[in-house]
Ligand binder design. Sequence first.
Ligand code: NAD
Length: 507
Amino acid sequence: MMALLPARNPIAPSPATSAFLAERHALLIDGEWIEGTGSAITVENPATGQPLAELRAASLAQLNAAVAAAQAAGRGRWARSGGADRGAVLLRFADLLEANLELVAEVMTLDNGSPLASSRMVVQHLAIATLRYYAGWATKIAGESFIPNLGARPDDAFMVATLREPVGVVAAIVPWNAPPGMIAMKLAPALAAGCTMVMKTAELAPLTGQLFAKLWAKTGAPPGVFNLIHGHGEDIGAAMAAHPGVAKIAFTGSTEVGRKIVTAATGNLKKVSLELGGKSPVVIFPDADLKRAIPAATMACYLSTGQQCMAGSRLFVHSAIHDEVADGVAAKAAELTVGDGMDPRSVLGPLISAQQKARIERYIALAKVEGAVAHLESPVFDAPGHFLGPTLFTEVRPGMRIEQEEVFGPVLSLIRFEDEGDLIAAINGTNYGLSGSVWTQDITRALRIARQVDSGQVGINIHAAMSPETPFGGNRQSGWGRELGREGLEPYFKTKAVSIYLGPDAP
Ligand code: NAD
């Protein structure tokens, strides 16, 4: 039976973390620490419901100053030099994060509730690894040169050289669920390409970004290259999306807000890339290695208490193994210890906020009304934090709202299938197309399914594998464009074709 770990309250942060929390959390604009003059933001520890820190959002004037600083830095050596200096800065930043790994992980855990082990993973394997990956790219940016075909003037000769120029000031807007990864996935390629950046943290978990900025300030990068501000989405976020000085928005968050960003970006037709929500499928066939598939399907949904965009929140199971998988996942899920992320025994931390918890509980109630059966249900935890354990629904059918909509919580819908054609239709039958996985020993079938799934990533006998080299992003309403890998660098360039007249007699 699921139980909430008894709180060993307060689970004391390390002295370094306590010292950081006690600091003044100012904005980083043009290399200076500036007190925000916008609205007040109280950061709450989701595991205790207690305030952690107070900070101030940027005002619109401060946003303008940050954009102006980024524009000025973009006119300097940063953007015009070869990439060796930029790569060196990214490597120094990665080293600083690594040297402060425990501090960064603790701050992330206090900020958004993520269990410490997960926080460490995100910092090391997503943030630091991504910075080092793009540091390598910074020294390998090159256009191409070629002789074009000029049908109308056959006696003249030209050549063309393409320059890969940085797109300009990038406004980055990140969510609260994995700030180190979300920040690095934007900052690293943008800065490697020679862009400059204004980043806004998520108002629910701004402290990790704040700590990133403190460490960034030690890299020796020119002022204005990376500016960090805080603020609410509906005012400062919206102003960033509409800002005429911003050349590109790099956004990760909900599909609903992604749509607003696209609309706001039309004023100056800034470039937009979007990493949005998901409703990813996990498909298990009868010949799958269930000893691996069942625990993996369990964690595919419940990892981060379901608060991850790639969550495998729809589990498609062949009828022949339906009951075995339902019981297996329920048993595994019931073993997952729920508690304060600072407690090393916790596998699932709290939800980010009371509102998010209430929203998920509404989805649980709705699923029951729709006819889904709770095979496992979270007990009500009597604790001040926003805790909710895993819930597993069976008898979910394609088309139910619980099957269609992103819950962003620990709620898994199990859907029975028999026919492969119906399966593919159901998999592709939501507005989302982010991730997914198929579990079978039959490689032909695995590849056949993988080919037909309309999503940015598909795993075969693995769910949601991420690496700095692997392009990541969503199809349909899960996003525009890709982050990570070589493709993740592309949106930060504008290509200039320089045509050179070589003369009428040139060879
Ligand atoms: P959210 O969309 O509510 O907020 C994300 C960010 O957008 C925050 O910084 C917020 O301040 C800002 N924002 C809100 N309204 C805005 C507006 N009108 N204009 C500009 N900015 C605005 O999302 P969230 O609740 O922080 O995060 C959860 C969502 O993020 C989920 O849908 C999840 O699937 C998605 N997500 C996607 C990925 C991915 O890579 N595809 C990764 C993580 C999270």
